[in-house]
Design a protein around this ligand. Structure first.
Ligand code: ADP
Length: 252
């Protein structure tokens, strides 16, 4: 049996009297793009928080490579290959796109001799980091903007810088939280191509997004939450035609 990259088993999260998640179970196979949809308040963000270690479930298990990770902090999970973007852009506008990505790269340690002598090695490390940041920006299609201030970039390009930052830790699992929010039609099309290309780079994707056309065209499988519970799972076209899904959205 192939162990899925990520598996959720009866994951529940309560906030006082509110059941934000109730017994959610599904798995994310390596190499897939898996979608998560649901009306506002259905528990999508809570689930992303639980998977990425920002939050912990009150019940149930989150398994990475078959090993429990619930309650493991986000920075530890990042080292184990889980990375995410957030719904709201978190770039530093006064820094360039390249500098924003460089900040997310692991700082290679400089030995005592390097610091003592200020050897050119330190400078070389910095150049290597910059080159790596430019390469990541190229991967997300905006290598030409490496020297542009993040604050001067279009909204869609800022979102791309966020994805480049999330890729800096070389994740195996990337959680994308509403990456298309605020994007133009053209930006969405190139975002779609970018996401579709991630599995070929060794990155499995769990995607929360309201843009149904984008979800339909990029996801291998979609899971639907409503009021904290999973109400449907399947291929995009099956999910779209599911009466429970239609009702959840129309009733929202
Ligand atoms: P979605 O991302 O699908 O819009 P959320 O995961 O943000 O949904 O929220 C699911 C439910 O959990 C909502 O009822 C929300 O009010 C509640 N909730 C989320 N986070 C908290 C929190 N920190 N404290 C209390 N309730 C919360």
């Amino acid at each position: 049996m192939v162990i899925p990259l990520l598996e959720l088993k009866d994951v529940s999260r309560r906030f006082g009297g509110v059941a934000a998640l109730s017994d959610v179970s599904f798995s994310v196979p390596a190499g897939a793009v898996i979608g998560l949809i649901g009306p506002n308040g259905s528990g999508k963000t809570t689930l992303m928080n639980v998977i990425s270690g920002v939050d912990a479930p009150t019940k149930g298990a989150v398994l990475l490579d078959g090993l429990p990770i619930q309650g493991v902090p986000a920075n530890t999970l990042a080292r184990r290959g889980v990375s995410r973007t957030f719904q709201h852009i978190r770039l530093i506008p006064e820094l360039t796109a390249g500098q924003n990505v460089t900040l997310a790269l692991h700082a290679p340690s400089a030995g005592p001799f390097d610091i003592l002598l200020r050897l050119p090695r330190l400078r070389r490390i910095e150049l290597d980091r910059h080159a790596r940041a430019v390469e990541l920006l190229r991967k997300v299609g905006i290598g030409q903007h490496a020297s542009t201030l993040a604050g001067d970039l279009s909204y869609g390009d800022r979102r791309r810088v966020e994805i480049a930052r999330a890729l800096a830790s070389e994740p195996r699992l990337l959680l994308l939280d509403e990456p298309a929010a605020g994007m133009t039609h053209g930006e969405r099309t190139s975002l779609r191509d970018l996401i579709a290309g991630l599995p070929a780079l060794g990155v499995t994707v769990l995607l929360v997004e309201h843009d149904m056309d984008l979800m339909m065209s990029v996801c291998d499988e979609i899971h639907v939450l409503n009021q904290g519970s999973s109400i449907a799972s399947g291929k995009p076209e099956e999910v779209r035609a599911n009466p429970r899904v239609i009702e959840a959205y129309l009733g929202a």
